[in-house]
Design a binder for this molecule. Structure first.
Ligand code: NAD
Length: 355
């Protein structure tokens, strides 16, 4: 163990870290258990090549902490955790299956201390492999043995958050006639577009895959599509970042011509100062980790054996209520919702869980 790995683990304020070196593939496995106040540590599994094991561990720790905030913000009884499989090269075929199987066995040996699902670099099919070795995997339908797509649930949650934000910004939660620009029409953006269309919104799309944006525009009866580089300056009521992180930064924020930002992308703010930049410009920012929690909420419920789709959707829709409270508090003290969200998380964690 290098000194930096040792000091990272010693200095961390989390519950602890599970470390395993997978000899056959040369993969470092880190399971960062951040906080189990509300329930068992739960978060996705990221598979990626990192410059060093220490950087991989730091990533797992940072992401695990983010999961603590996400669960607390939407008041779901899970704790924060995240796993990183720091692979030395892209793994395919038997090598990949072998690693995932051994990783599944490691999770199983933790007896429910950690539960996981897909994240960057892992696929629903990977979760199926892991689920053969452990029951602590979310996003797998055990009756059919198939993977469940989180995108539509996440999109539903974004829609709920968008309604809350629009209600605060415009004084009514009607999305009818609101101009919504979706950046990235993939697994989340496309179902979100369909839901917004049903709600009567006036849609705009941009995607680096311009054919994908055009195909969706055609499917939905002719929404307007924009070149990706013009996304920030396009006039709209709501900008919905559903592609990559850090799109809200010192360069883009002065360009924005919207009243609300609400989308699924993780880590939308390049830095905390960008929350102030948005606030100063009078643009209402719906914190990403609240708005994009729909898929996580749904998977958590399915993992607990909930099969009633209406019950799952109702819980995802409750993102509206969670965000409404945070936006009201932010308005009361005239601050960015990012700060109000952080306080709400701290208060929820201070109250503790039911376990
Ligand atoms: P995806 O890969 O299915 O879709 C992303 C889309 O964005 C693609 O169509 C891609 O071509 C496009 N894109 C990529 N870079 C772009 C850019 N610079 N400008 C415009 N378009 C660009 O991903 P997804 O599953 O839809 O996730 C979208 C975002 O939401 C990601 O940040 C993801 O981390 C986050 N998120 C997703 C889920 C989920 O349930 N899938 C849950 C929580 C958060």
């Amino acid at each position: 163990m290098t000194v930096s790995l040792k000091s990272l683990i010693e200095d961390w304020k989390g519950v602890g870290v599970v470390v395993r070196y997978d000899q056959p593939t040369g993969t470092w496995i880190f399971i960062a258990l951040h906080n189990d106040t509300l329930g068992p540590c739960t978060g996705g599994t990221r598979m990626k090549m990192y410059p060093s094991p220490a950087i991989a561990l730091e990533d797992a720790m940072r992401l695990g902490e983010g999961m603590t905030y996400k669960w607390a913000a939407v008041d779901v009884a899970f704790g924060g955790g995240k796993a990183v499989l720091a692979v030395p090269r892209p793994l395919e075929g038997e090598e990949r299956t072998g690693l995932l199987t051994r990783y599944g066995q490691l999770i199983e040996s933790l007896n429910g201390t950690f539960g996981t699902g897909v994240d960057l670099g892992t696929t629903p099919d990977d979760m199926l492999v892991i689920s053969r070795a452990t029951s602590y995997v979310h996003g797998v339908d055990r009756t059919t043995g198939s993977a469940i797509d989180p995108g539509p649930y996440t999109a539903r949650g974004v829609l709920a958050g968008m309604r809350a934000a629009v209600r605060v910004a415009f004084g009514s939660d009607g999305l009818r006639g609101k101009v919504v620009h979706i950046q990235g029409v993939g697994d989340v953006g496309a179902p979100l577009a369909r839901m917004l269309k049903d709600a009567g919104a006036d849609l705009r799309f941009s995607d680096i895959d311009t054919r994908r944006a055009e195909a969706l525009a055609e499917e939905l009866g002719g929404a307007e599509t924009f070149e990706p580089h013009t996304a920030y300056e396009a006039r709209c009521d709501v900008y919905a970042p559903c592609a990559v992180g850090a799109t809200l930064n010192a360069e883009t924020i002065p360009e924005l011509k919207c009243r609300v930002v609400a989308g699924s992308a993780n880590n939308q703010l390049a830095s905390l100062e960008d929350a102030e930049r948005l606030h100063e410009r009078g643009i209402l920012y719906a914190p990403d980790y609240i708005v994009n929690a729909g898929g996580a909420i749904a998977f958590a419920m399915i993992g607990r054996g909930v099969t009633d789709e209406a019950e799952i959707c109702e819980r995802v829709d409750a993102i509206d209520g969670s965000l409404t409270g945070i936006l009201a508090e932010a308005a009361r003290v005239n601050e960015s919702p990012v700060h109000a969200a952080q306080r709400a998380v701290d208060e929820r964690l201070a109250k503790g869980g039911d376990r």
